[in-house]
Design a binder for this molecule. Structure first.
Ligand SMILES: [Zn+2]
Length: 303
C-alpha cells in the first residue's frame, strides 16, 4: 500500500453517481412494496443492507441542505444527481438553490407511460445532462425498438446515458437484459451520445472492455464497492480493472463515482480514498487523475 501523504490528489472531485431518494419517493416505494409507511420501508432497507437508514426530511429544501453540508464536510465539489424514477422534483429544488453543486440528471424507466414526455420536460425545464437507464430492472433490451425516441432525443442534445448493466442488488433483476453488448449497435449508431456503465458494468468487465475497444463514446464509471469482483470465476483487483480499461480504451474514458445513497452514511469518502489509492499505485500522473475525478465528467456532462 502506498503512503497517503504521497498520493497525487485531483484539483476537484465530481461524483458521477449519487442517489437522492426523497421521502416522497420512499412513500411510493412503500406502496409498491406493500408496506404501510416510508418508516416501515426504511426498516425493510435496513434489514436488507444490514446498516442504519435514516429517512430523508420531508421538505426537499431541507434534504438539499443536508447534502450540501455533507459535501462540504467531506470535500465533494459536485454531485451528478440520480433522483427517484421518473421524477425530477428534487433535481428542480437542488439545482435552483445550489446550481454549482449539482449536475441535473434523471432516472428513467422508459417502459412507463409518458416516460418520453418526462424526459423532454426535464430537459426543457432543467437542462438535464442525461439519464440513467436500468434495463435488467425494467425488463427491456437496450436495443429494443421502443427505445429509439429516447436515443434520438439524447443524440440531438448530446446527452450522457448511464446504464446499470450486470448484477444488481435488486433480487427482481433479470439476467437476460444485463449484457453491455446490448448497447453495441446503439453506441455505434448514436455517436453523439456518451454511454457510461456504472460500476464497470457490474461483472461484465469483459464485454465492457470489448465495447470500449470498438467505440469511443463508451465510458467506464467506477462507483460502488465493486463487489462484483468477488463473483467472477477468477481473482481480479481494482488495480487490474483500471489497468484493463485504460488498455482497452483510455484514461479519457473513465469517470469517478461512489454510488452514495443514504444517510447516516452520506457521501462514501472511503470509496474515493480507495480509488485514489489505486490510481496512484498504478502510476497515473496528475493530468490523468484530474481527468478521472472531474475533467472527463466535466466534458461529457457539459459542466
Ligand atoms: Zn447506484
Amino acid at each position: 500500500m502506498s503512503r497517503v501523504d504521497e498520493w497525487i490528489v485531483p484539483d476537484r472531485v465530481y461524483d458521477a453517481h449519487c442517489h437522492f431518494f426523497t421521502y416522497q419517493g420512499m412513500e411510493r416505494r412503500a406502496k409498491a412494496f406493500g408496506v404501510e409507511t416510508p418508516e416501515e420501508m426504511a426498516k425493510v432497507y435496513e434489514e436488507r443492507i444490514g446498516r442504519k437508514f435514516v429517512l430523508p426530511p420531508k421538505k426537499h429544501e431541507d434534504f438539499v441542505e443536508m447534502w450540501v453540508k455533507e459535501m462540504d464536510a467531506k470535500g465533494l465539489d459536485k454531485a451528478l444527481m440520480l433522483p427517484d424514477w421518473n421524477d425530477y422534483s428534487f433535481v428542480e429544488t437542488a439545482t435552483k438553490v445550489y446550481p454549482d453543486r449539482f449536475v441535473p440528471f434523471v432516472m428513467v424507466n422508459p417502459t412507463e407511460e409518458n416516460a418520453m414526455e418526462f424526459v423532454r420536460e426535464a430537459y426543457s425545464k432543467l437542462d438535464i445532462r442525461g439519464m440513467k437507464l436500468y434495463p435488467p430492472l425494467h425488463y427491456y433490451h437496450a436495443y429494443d425498438d421502443f427505445m429509439t425516441p429516447f436515443y434520438e432525443f439524447a443524440q440531438d442534445h448530446e446527452m450522457l446515458i448511464t446504464y446499470h448493466m450486470g448484477i444488481s442488488v435488486g433480487a427482481s433483476a433479470d439476467l437476460r437484459y444485463m449484457n453491455p453488448s446490448d448497447v453495441s449497435p446503439v453506441a455505434r449508431d448514436y455517436p453523439k451520445i456518451n454511454f457510461a456503465f456504472a460500476h464497470f458494468a457490474t461483472g461484465y468487465l469483459r464485454e465492457l472492455l470489448f465495447l470500449m475497444y470498438h467505440v469511443k463514446n463508451v465510458y467506464a464509471e467506477t462507483s460502488s464497492s465493486n463487489r462484483w469482483m468477488e463473483f467472477l470465476p477468477y481473482d481480479i483487483t481494482l488495480h487490474d480493472v483500471f489497468r484493463k480499461v485504460i488498455n482497452a480504451s483510455s484514461v479519457d474514458n473513465i469517470i469517478f463515482g461512489t454510488d452514495s445513497t443514504m444517510f447516516p452514511r452520506g457521501w462514501r469518502k472511503p470509496i474515493y480514498q480507495w480509488q485514489l489509492a489505486v490510481v496512484n499505485e498504478i502510476g497515473l500522473n496528475k493530468e490523468d487523475i484530474d481527468k478521472i475525478f472531474y475533467k472527463n465528467l466535466e466534458r461529457i456532462a457539459r459542466i
